[in-house]
Write a protein that binds this ligand. Structure first.
Ligand code: BGC
Length: 584
């Protein structure tokens, strides 16, 4: 996976993130807020030119409003240059507007244009509006007695809030067999792992060392036979796949979007929709390493790659992902979780668009709503850290802690943190979830975290907080994550299995999952000819000294590794050895 990050930020962001964290809604209160809603905001762009636009805001109220304060988050980089009939302010992407007296009231049932403004940047409407603190995104909800019994059910069908709760999850017999054949592997061989449909032939079973002889229908049949409630399928075949790296380039060229839709997604939808699978909850993990690349690895950033520029300009990641989500989401038994990178990739929030990965990624995800008929209801949640190594938590230090007279995340000489707003996946997913809701996703979305290889146990694992007052030494002695740099993504030496898969570990997390099957390579250590379209990426070469996307650090990769998806006994055994929690 790719390490697509900018090099160094120039502005501080601790405040923004503290504010996000402070908003943490529980699922119950979020649903309640939605059910009580009774107003609608129309954000009308009346004209646009170059990077400027004019818009007005119309509110329709179900209950009388006497005095209003409206808030939203603009797409990143968008600012207001002038506004009328409103007392307004903007801080970063957050806009707040208050009435100016004479326009304070909106009577019940009235639609009133409350103010207008000139903006510059993106004219895309914000996803969520609040008025006087309440979300105001649509007309009244039906009376609660008419609501589906499970308030977390977005589609109104039989979908449950958290498919993992109380569920038995499918064990892929092909992975299980490989794991069990390794010394000590029995201890984890019955864990559920993701089934990767990493090219079209994998749908039908292609006898390859990566996906093996079982096709999608074989896996689903086997899941039914196991009595499993949930199966985890990875949708991973976008045109121009993995544009910032080479190790997992795929079979479809940048322009082959029709092939993606017709030959890949459509057959998957048909199979998942077969009546015999109606009682199975099918989790689809959607397209790892795609959309965030369009934020972090495109021009004019220094981290840009030609392939990511191509995929941004041709629109095929957006087209493909929204198509997949819409088509799969329409089935009654599917649960879509879109890949949302990890904190070491998009954990930088910033008011300066050039350095903002966090808000911009959430805004990009939000912009998919409406594409190819995709709705917010088609999205059950998001997944972080897929096939990556970012730690679940860093118990011995906080990212904004003051060491040596300065907050760690504002220290210009601390490469490990490098101004990132997070140092772990738990905090990142909690804040990202809020940001996604602000960008139009449902308030009951849940997060998954891939904990297959982020354990960082073993000899080097610290057991307490460093006493050093030197920030670099302090962080190095306190951190669990032992990588040279968080941009390192390929076959990290020293990594261990992380938390075992489990449901409901935190209120905002649906499950810890093992989507990357431990023991399967991220990419070959040297060029190996293959017929899977996989390239050779220097980030998988242990001798490589890095590039701008990993801050020019050593790759940290293991040696002697096969091409991505192929089995490595050595890596599996190291993961077992360095597991945390340890494997007994
Ligand atoms: C590879 C896929 C493989 C998956 C799971 C990816 O990096 O490109 O071929 O199925 O990892 O191991």
């Amino acid at each position: 996976m790719h390490v697509p990050r900018r090099r160094r930020r120039l502005a501080v962001t601790g405040v923004a993130v503290a504010a996000l964290a402070a908003t943490g809604l529980t699922f119950a209160s979020a649903n309640q807020a939605l059910a009580e809603e009774g107003c609608e905001v129309d954000y009308n762009v009346t004209s646009s030119w170059g990077s400027g636009f004019q818009a007005n805001v119309v509110v329709t109220a179900d209950e009388p409003i006497n005095g209003w304060e409206i808030k939203w988050n603009f797409p990143s980089g968008t600012t207001i240059s002038s506004a009328w009939n409103v007392d307004w302010s903007q801080s970063g992407t957050a806009f707040t507007g208050g009435d100016v007296g004479w326009n304070a009231s909106i009577s019940s049932g009235q639609s009133r244009e409350i103010f207008g403004f000139i903006g510059s940047g993106s004219s895309t409407a914000p996803g969520t509006f609040t008025i006087n603190g309440d979300v105001c995104n649509g007309p009244s909800q039906p009376p609660t007695t008419d609501e589906p019994t499970d308030p977390g059910n977005p589609g109104g069908g039989d979908k449950v809030d958290n498919p993992y709760s109380g569920s038995q999850v499918y064990v892929n017999p092909q992975w299980s067999e490989r794991a069990a054949a390794e010394p000590g592997g029995d201890a984890v061989a019955d864990q559920p792992t993701g089934v990767w449909l990493d090219r079209t032939s994998a749908i039908y079973g292609n006898d390859s060392p990566t996906t093996g002889s079982m096709g999608l229908e074989d896996h689903l049949d086997e899941a039914v036979a196991q009595g499993a409630d949930v199966i985890q399928i990875v949708i991973y075949n976008l045109p121009g796949r993995d544009c910032a790296a080479l190790a997992s380039n795929g079979e479809l060229a940048a322009g082959e979007i029709d092939e993606y839709k017709n030959d890949y997604i459509d057959p998957i939808v048909e199979i998942q929709g077969l009546a015999k699978y109606a009682d199975l909850k099918i989790v689809n993990v959607i397209e790892i390493d795609s959309l965030p690349n369009l934020v972090t690895n495109v021009s004019p950033r220094e981290t840009a790659t030609a392939n990511c520029d191509t995929m941004k300009n041709n629109g095929n990641y957006v087209d493909g992902v929204s198509y997949a989500v819409a088509e799969l989401g329409a089935l009654a038994n599917t649960y879509n979780y879109i890949d949302a990178g990890h904190h070491g990739w998009i954990g930088w929030a910033d008011t300066n668009a050039q350095y903002d990965n966090f808000n911009a990624s959430a805004a990009l995800f939000g912009s998919l709503i409406g594409e190819n008929g995709m709705t917010a209801d088609d999205v059950h949640g998001f997944i972080s850290n897929t096939a990556n190594y970012s730690a679940l938590e860093e118990p011995y230090w906080a990212v904004n802690q003051n060491v040596g007279g300065q907050a760690l995340n504002q220290n210009p000489n601390l490469p490990w943190v490098d101004w990132n707003d997070f140092n772990n996946e738990k905090d990142f997913t909690e804040a990202m979830r809020e940001e996604l809701i602000d960008n139009g996703f449902n308030e009951d979305i849940g997060m998954l975290i891939d904990t297959s290889r982020n354990g960082w146990g073993g000899d080097y694992r610290p057991t307490g907080t460093s006493t050093s007052t030197d920030p670099v030494t302090f962080v190095d002695e306190s951190r669990l994550d032992q990588r040279f740099q968080k941009g390192n993504w390929c076959n990290q030496a020293g990594a261990g299995l992380g938390e075992r898969p489990q449901a409901d570990p935190e209120p905002w997390i649906d499950a810890y999952v093992w989507i990357k099957p431990p023991g399967e390579s991220d990419g070959s250590s040297e060029l190996i000819d293959n017929d899977e379209g996989k390239g050779f990426d220097e980030m998988c070469d242990p001798d490589y000294q890095g590039n701008i996307r990993n801050g020019n650090n050593p790759s940290g990769a293991r040696d002697d590794m096969p091409i991505s998806g192929h089995w490595s006994s050595e890596q599996f055994q190291e993961l077992l050895e360095n597991a945390y929690p340890p494997v007994n």
